[in-house]
Design a binder for this molecule. Structure first.
Ligand code: ZN
Length: 323
């Protein structure tokens, strides 16, 4: 017998052969585009650390959502930047709040576009923390009540999916119970099951104007050193009624995506965060990386790790490349 009998290069020889044995496929319907909606009118303001990504006032957000939908992207994930902030983040659960108005406007203009809303308080609190502060700490159970009110108001505005990103304990169960009580049994929950306390969120905080005034978020977001804990978080969220689980960030947490997928079998999302986007954009704009190839490779690696879908600031652009 000649050596070697098995030659894996045989099936790498031509594009057609490589296509036959490709294990992972990326399509626009795997992608979700985050969208920053701000108070005011006529606003289309690029975020300096995220070239290509802007904050939009509602009319402009509706137009942008139309382009995203047209590109074949599966859904938009809305983040709100309100005109006013207060201690209790009351803009988050105001029926006339920025997100509630944006959801109504987008669903009216593009009824077939799936609309997901971020459920958190940090964009709405004057102190920038993700919850209600009592005795110098974010109070878990009071925050969960406010988050549940927020989720219901988003559902009432027409959101298809709510996505709590706060990392309070018990919030998925409370949101599920209260949505059902209010008749929103069909509104799904994507929980940020494992949201790490990451330095890679930096550009987002400029975009959403949500930098904590004091301290950090280590008291509720996860320690990047932990993996077992992510699996426990994921199991708890499923028990509480989560329909899909999000891992955030993505690139440096692909092991977590795989572990959560293998352990739960539930739909898993990876969130390619602002810092991951900004690094790729910066390198590409300097001519150091081929943007299309490097971004596609990053997104494929998330799916290969076990993600069913991906939240990425590149969603619209990548969908156009894939078309
Ligand atoms: Zn938050």
């Amino acid at each position: 017998m000649s050596f070697p009998a098995t030659r894996l290069r045989r099936l790498r020889r031509t594009p057609a052969l490589r296509g036959l044995v490709r294990e992972t496929h990326l399509s626009p319907s795997d992608l979700i585009q985050p969208l920053f909606v701000t108070a005011g009118a006529g606003v289309r303001e690029e975020i300096s650390a995220m070239p290509g990504i802007s904050r939009f006032s509602i009319t402009e957000a509706v137009d942008e959502a139309g382009e995203i939908h047209e590109a074949g992207v599966a859904a938009v994930l809305l983040f709100g930047i309100p005109a006013d902030k207060d201690e209790a983040g009351s803009g988050a659960y105001d029926d006339e709040g920025i997100i509630q108005m944006a959801v109504r406007a987008i669903k009216e203009a593009h009824p077939d576009l799936t609309v997901i809303t971020d459920v958190c308080l940090c964009e709405y609190t004057s102190h920038g923390q993700c919850g209600f502060i009592r005795d110098g700490e974010v109070d878990n159970d009071v925050t969960v009540e406010l988050l549940s009110k927020t989720a219901i108001s988003h559902a009432e505005a027409g959101a298809d999916i709510v996505a709590p990103s706060d990392m309070m304990d018990g919030r998925v169960g409370s949101i599920r119970y209260q949505l059902d009580e209010e008749g929103h049994t069909g509104v799904a929950i994507i929980s940020y099951a494992a949201k790490y306390s990451s330095a890679f969120y930096g550009p987002f905080r400029e975009a959403a104007d949500s930098t904590p005034q004091e301290g950090d978020r280590h008291g509720y977001q996860m320690d990047p050193a932990n993996g077992d804990e992510a699996v426990r978080e994921a199991r708890l969220d499923l028990e509480e009624g989560a329909d899909a689980l999000m891992i955030k960030p993505a690139s440096h947490y692909l092991d977590i995506v795989r572990r959560v997928k293998d352990d739960t079998g539930a739909p898993v999302a990876a969130y390619q965060v602002s810092g991951e986007y900004s690094m790729l954009k910066a390198a590409a704009s300097n001519g150091w990386l081929d943007e299309q190839r490097s971004v596609t490779e990053a997104l494929v690696s998330m799916k290969r790790a076990g993600a069913d879908f991906i939240v990425t600031y590149y969603a619209k652009e990548a969908a156009l490349w894939l078309a």
